[in-house]
Design a binder for this molecule. Structure first.
Ligand code: ADP
Ligand code: MG
Length: 336
């Protein structure tokens, strides 16, 4: 008999989603991408996404302030809107609150939500409030708007495409490790913790990238580039190769990793919760895109690898040399 842990989160979603993704109306996208898409007319479609954060699973109350938690709960959802090239319209909060929560703490949570709503032009239009027996549970749903002809998906990467991310990766994973291991906070570790507790959502960047017809696929990096690239590979029926030396790592992450003997590349690949964007673009357009992106945002896109036709196989190179995995996987990655 198959158990839940055999299946895993994605196996489970795949198992039940089959019966719900067939027979959908034209232009409607159901389970399988960063947002559901509901077409309205030729120029507009609705996007919908929802994400849940559970105390002691996604956050530890003693390690994050209420404002940051409010901000983060919204940002992780906005990130999915960004990944489809959309603009957020409104947010809906369902919250399960243990009876011992302090009111001032909850005020702080709503301050964080309000600040990011106002920064991103998102209306806060409803939700549900209930008592939770033990842990704090926060679920936010967001409606967004998008031009249906500009939507970017996970399923449209093509062999030969260059894979790029639009921010450094691994900071958030490093920040989480700092918190979980109770490491002291200095200039570098505080930066990583802040990146973990208060991630941005790349809405402007997502909208801009969505206007570029040549960008073939886009996803937001919520579980780490390795895992999210697997989703692109699966949905697009392609393979990919990542060049480890090209994974963009911050000076702060390198510094902290050196201090504690952690592997920065491993955090960059699979630390998760980066909430940057990952795109795939044909090789003959990449320079154009990079130039336009730098002009617009004053920061670069980072090329990390290439899509190929080896369906669902992900390989790694280091300085161009193919890396063979031992059975211990990442344990065999050298940090440099
Ligand atoms: P993301 O990380 O971008 O939030 P996931 O990869 O976790 O998205 O989810 C993949 C897809 O599965 C999404 O389209 C999401 O809406 C869908 N999904 C996840 N959990 C459920 C669920 N319990 N019921 C229906 N759809 C779900
Ligand atoms: Mg996503």
């Amino acid at each position: 008999m198959t158990s839940l842990s055999d299946l895993g989160e994605f196996g489970l979603i795949k198992r039940f989603s089959r019966q719900f993704i067939k027979d959908l109306p034209d232009g409607t996208t159901g389970i399988g991408d960063d947002c559901a898409v509901i077409p309205l007319n030729d120029k507009e479609a609705l996007l919908f996404t929802t994400d849940m954060l559970i105390e002691d699973r996604h956050f530890v109350l003693s390690k994050i302030g209420p404002r940051d938690l409010g901000h983060k709960s919204l940002a992780v959802n906005l990130s999915d809107i960004a990944a489809m090239g959309g603009k957020p319209h409104s947010a809906y909060l369902s919250i399960g609150i243990p009876s011992n929560m302090r009111i001032e703490w909850l005020d702080g949570l709503f301050d964080g939500i309000r600040e990011l709503c106002s920064k991103t032009g998102t209306y806060f239009l409803g939700g549900d409030t209930t008592r939770s027996p033990d842990k704090l549970v926060i679920n936010i749903g967001i409606i967004g708007m998008v031009n249906p002809s500009k939507i970017k998906r996970r399923s449209t990467a093509l062999p030969g495409d260059i894979i790029c991310v639009n921010d450094m990766v691994g900071d958030s994973g490093g920040g989480l490790k700092i918190l979980l291991e109770g490491k002291p906070l200095d200039k570098y570790s505080s930066y990583l913790v802040q990146r973990h507790n208060c991630p941005g959502a790349h809405l402007e960047e997502g909208k801009w990238l969505a206007q570029v017809a040549e960008v073939n696929a886009m996803i937001d990096v919520s579980d780490g580039i390795e895992s999210d690239l697997h989703r692109i590979m699966e949905c697009s029926a392609v393979g990919a190769e990542i060049e480890l030396s090209k994974i963009p790592l911050s000076e702060e992450l390198m510094n902290v990793c050196e201090k504690y003997g952690w592997n920065p590349r491993e955090l960059g690949l699979s630390g998760g919760e980066d909430y940057c964007l990952m795109i795939t673009v044909p090789e003959n357009y990449i320079e154009n895109l990079e130039t336009g992106y730098v002009r617009e945002f004053k920061k670069p896109l980072y090329r990390i690898g290439k899509i190929n036709g080896n369906r669902e196989s992900l390989t790694f190179t280091r300085d161009g040399e193919k890396i063979e995995f031992g059975k211990h996987g990442f344990d065999h990655f050298k940090s440099k």
